[in-house]
Design a protein around this ligand. Structure first.
Ligand SMILES: Cc1cc2nc3c(=O)[nH]c(=O)nc-3n(C[C@H](O)[C@H](O)[C@H](O)COP(=O)(O)OP(=O)(O)OC[C@H]3O[C@@H](n4cnc5c(N)ncnc54)[C@H](O)[C@@H]3O)c2cc1C
Length: 392
């Protein structure tokens, strides 16, 4: 490691020692952030988030001018190591920084970047994604939500569906139709203030017990022209780029937390005389899963490196997204199997909080094969872009 990076490691270590509340490391639940649900209001978490936001280290590689940390990739990686070492999670999360931020950095004008990126970097604004509609999911470009030109502003009318976190969002990055005579070339990318008159978000109840997404209705909503990102009718390219960030992010999300399946399996199923998991068949399947998870992590590393070098192969984000959905589903299923009868509970004192969470997470995880584009649709992309097969 270079002298500069070693110096940065010391700087990061000192700053974290002075600013990360140690109580948060003792109980990871205190650091938990539901990006589509109510905010974590624990005072230690609030203080940690404020300090990280002011420092810009929640988005370490964003430029200083937009509230980021201005760090190089290597420095950001050192920072992540140092945070992991003391059990500090990044409190600045959500679509504001994972989807909207990188998209605005590429396509936003200076005023949009200066207005929206600093509050996102401080974790002060929450964003939702207004893409899907009742008649436009896999065929996203069929969207009908209209934005009509009214001089200095657009008037937006239409419905969005499955909008995650819309009931808590301050802003929505939204795909709207600005030309009805064309399909892909008639779509624009618009930033809509969710507190504007005419916006209504209705939560949709879900199988796993709470609501993470909404139907959103826009009725004659006035949106200033300055909120148009990129050219009029040029939103499709921006929308696709944002989906790349989304699919890569889904690939990078940790399935079923950091819990070791092997440790759980030993605790629930017992060990043999050599200290190995007693059930040999389960042992082999956990090992196979761990190999798949490691392979996925390496594939993701490759995709990120290629992306940084502007050499990302079209369609590779779809491969990563599908692999991530499969690996994550397998992990959740193995965890439920390991828990045995304790993995069948829904409520009540007979089950521990971890056991109840495992069941809800197993159900919630099924959505991973749908959001960000379904597994079947990614398969189509892989067939066309990577395998070069003809479109049907
Ligand atoms: C938990 C969750 C969160 C979400 N959050 C958001 C959000 O925040 N913002 C947002 O805009 N959207 C969100 N979505 C919506 C998501 O992007 C869509 O559900 C998804 O794109 C599929 O669209 P659809 O539901 O209309 O299904 P459809 O497009 O109607 O598809 C139905 C079925 O047909 C299959 N299918 C469709 N076309 C083809 C084809 N050409 N070839 C093969 N099979 C095909 C699909 O794979 C699927 O199995 C979310 C979805 C979920 C589950």
């Amino acid at each position: 490691m270079s002298r500069e990076l070693s110096a940065f490691r010391r700087e990061a270590r000192d700053w974290l020692a002075a600013n990360f509340p140690v109580a948060l490391a003792a109980d990871p639940a205190l650091q938990a952030v539901d990006v589509h649900g109510p905010p974590n209001t624990h005072p230690d978490h609030v203080a940690w988030k404020r300090r990280m936001g002011e420092k810009g280290w929640g988005v370490p590689t964003w430029p200083l001018a937009y509230g980021g940390g201005g760090l190089s990739r290597d420095e950001a990686s050192v920072l992540a190591d140092e945070m992991a070492r003391i059990g500090a999670a990044n409190p600045i999360v959500g679509m504001s920084v994972s989807l909207l931020g990188p998209t605005l950095l590429e396509f936003g004008d200076e005023a949009q970047k200066r207005r929206h990126l600093p509050p996102a970097a401080r974790g002060e604004t929450r964003w939702c994604q207004g893409y899907s509609e009742p008649g436009a999911g896999s065929d996203l470009a069929a969207l009908q939500c209209r934005a009509e030109d009214h001089g200095d502003h657009f008037r937006v009318t239409g419905q969005k569906l499955w909008t995650s976190g819309a009931h808590y969002a301050d802003w929505c990055f939204c795909l709207v139709r600005t030309d009805t005579t064309k399909k892909h070339e008639g779509i624009s990318f618009l930033l809509i203030d969710m507190r504007s008159p005419g916006v209504e978000a209705r939560p949709i109840p879900l199988i796993y017990g709470w609501s993470t997404f909404c139907e959103v209705f826009f009725t004659d909503v006035a949106v200033p022209k300055e909120n148009l990102v990129g050219p009029l009718n040029g939103g499709w390219a921006i929308a696709k780029r944002l989906l790349q960030f989304e699919r890569t992010g889904i690939g990078g999300a940790r399935g079923a937390g950091a819990v070791s399946l092997a440790a759980r399996a030993k605790a629930y199923g017992g060990t043999d005389a050599d200290g190995r998991l007693r059930d040999g068949d389960l042992r082999a399947r956990i090992a196979a899963h761990d190999v798949d998870a490691r392979t996925l992590a390496l594939m993701l590393e490759r995709l990120r490196a290629e992306s940084r070098a502007d050499q990302a192969r079209a369609g590779l984000d779809s491969v990563v997204k599908n692999a991530a959905a499969a690996v994550s589903a397998r992990r959740r299923e193995l965890l439920i199997e390991i828990l045995g009868g304790q993995g069948l509970g829904w409520s009540g004192d007979a089950y521990g909080p971890d056991e109840l969470d495992a069941v809800r997470d197993w159900l919630a995880d099924k959505a991973k094969s749908i959001y960000g584009g379904t597994t079947e649709v990614q398969d189509n992309v892989i067939a066309k872009r990577i395998l070069g097969l003809p479109a049907r």
